[in-house]
Design a protein around this ligand. Sequence first.
Ligand code: ADP
Length: 175
Amino acid sequence: MTAQKRIGIYPGSFDPPTNGHLDIVQRATGLFDEVIVGVGVNLAKKTMFSGDERVALMREAVSALGNVRVEPFDGLQVDFARKHAARFIIRGIRALSDFEFEFEMANMNRTLAPEIEMVFLMTSPEYLFLSASRVKELHAFGADVSKYVPAPVQKRLGKIPPRRGQRTGAMEGNE
Ligand code: ADP
């Protein structure tokens, strides 16, 4: 049997990357030969950070990990997976509400690309209540978010004055 490289993509908006996301990336690196983090750059949802910024922040955050790459993507998760010859799509699950959304998405993906397997990693308990939205909210109100985000994100947020954190004015692009 020829060994096929096990490639998994981890798609998301990562607006901004949090320690919860990084925990999933780190754990995924132990399961796959290569993990490709897909940063959705043309999302319907309005983001605080531009696509380029989110890619750059994620790249910095995972720079110490050997088998991880970060690439922008625009479109369907399954198309991104196929483009990179990935047979797995990795997602993190925190709560029942995540499950419902992911279940629906997984079934959609299965219909579109039956050869691709969805892999769900349960959040580590310390990140159960951590979300990118919560980080932005805390920052907007002047709270210290250093224990929730990687250093490059903390540094970037430090340049945005509290209470303006929720605005897109400090960012470039049309998101
Ligand atoms: P999306 O907009 O596609 O949901 P996110 O950037 O919000 O993208 O999240 C990307 C993935 O990371 C999703 O699978 C999400 O459930 C997961 N995730 C987000 N926060 C955490 C966390 N604290 N612990 C584990 N997984 C998480």
